[in-house]
Design a protein around this ligand. Structure first.
Ligand code: IMP
Ligand code: MG
Length: 188
C-alpha cells in the first residue's frame, strides 16, 4: 500500500483551481489556432496525460478525435528516461495528412517526446504540434518545439493530476512536489 499522499507531499505546486483555469485557456488557444474547418487528432501519451487530456478536450471546440499511445523507455529508472523508447501501445487511427496534437503530462529531458515525434512524423501528418501541461525546461537535453505549455516548472519531482510515483497518486486533482529524501523503487 502506498503512503497517504500527505506523508510524501512537500508542498502543492499548482492547485486544482489554477490547473483548471489554465487548461481552459489552453483549450481556447488551441480552438482559435486550428481553423474550424480543420479537425484535430489528439494523441495522449499514456498514462500521465489521462487527466489532462480529459479536461483539455472539454475546452476544444474544433472537431476532434482522440487516440492514445503508450511508450516506455529502455533501461530507465523511475525518475529518468533514456534515449530510446519502445511502443507498448500504438495509436489505431491513420494520421496521414491529418492535424495531430500530442498531449503530454510533462516534458523533462525531452527524449521521450523526441522519439514519439520521430515515429509520428514518419507517418506524414499534415501538422504535428505538442501540448504539454508541464515543462521542466531546465532539464531539456534535446530540442522540442513546444506549441502549447500549461506551466513551466522548476527542476523538482512532481506528482498528482496524472503524474505518478510508482504508479500511485495519479488521481490527485493538484500537482504536488515530493518531499526530498523520499526514495522510490527503481526499475519500472
Ligand atoms: P523525458 O523523456 O525525460 O522528457 O521524460 C518524460 C517522462 O518522464 C514523462 O512523461 C513522465 O512520465 C516522466 N517524468 C518526468 N518528470 C517527472 C516528474 O516530476 N514526475 C513524474 N513523472 C515525471
Ligand atoms: Mg509519461
Amino acid at each position: 500500500m502506498p503512503l497517504p499522499y500527505e506523508e510524501i507531499l512537500d508542498y502543492t505546486l499548482i492547485d486544482a483551481d489554477r490547473l483548471q483555469a489554465r487548461i481552459a485557456e489552453l483549450g481556447r488557444e488551441i480552438s482559435a489556432d486550428y481553423r474550424s474547418d480543420q479537425e484535430i487528432v489528439l494523441i495522449g501519451i499514456l498514462k500521465g496525460s489521462l487527466l489532462f487530456m480529459a479536461d483539455l478536450m472539454r475546452h476544444i471546440d474544433v472537431p476532434n478525435i482522440v487516440d492514445f499511445m503508450d511508450v516506455t523507455s529502455y533501461g530507465a529508472g523511475v525518475r529518468e528516461s533514456t534515449g530510446s523508447v519502445r511502443i507498448l501501445r500504438d495509436i489505431t487511427v491513420s494520421i496521414e495528412r491529418r492535424h495531430v496534437l500530442i498531449t503530454e503530462d510533462i516534458i523533462d529531458s525531452g527524449r521521450t517526446l523526441d522519439q514519439v515525434m520521430r515515429l509520428l512524423r514518419a507517418r506524414q501528418p499534415a501538422t504535428l504540434r505538442v501540448c504539454t501541461l508541464l515543462d521542466k525546461h531546465e532539464r531539456r537535453e534535446v530540442v522540442i518545439p513546444v506549441d502549447y505549455c500549461g506551466f513551466k516548472i522548476p527542476n523538482v519531482f512532481v506528482f498528482g493530476y496524472g503524474l505518478d510515483i510508482d504508479e500511485y497518486y495519479r488521481n490527485l486533482p493538484f500537482i504536488g512536489v515530493v518531499k526530498p529524501g523520499i526514495v522510490l523503487d527503481e526499475g519500472t
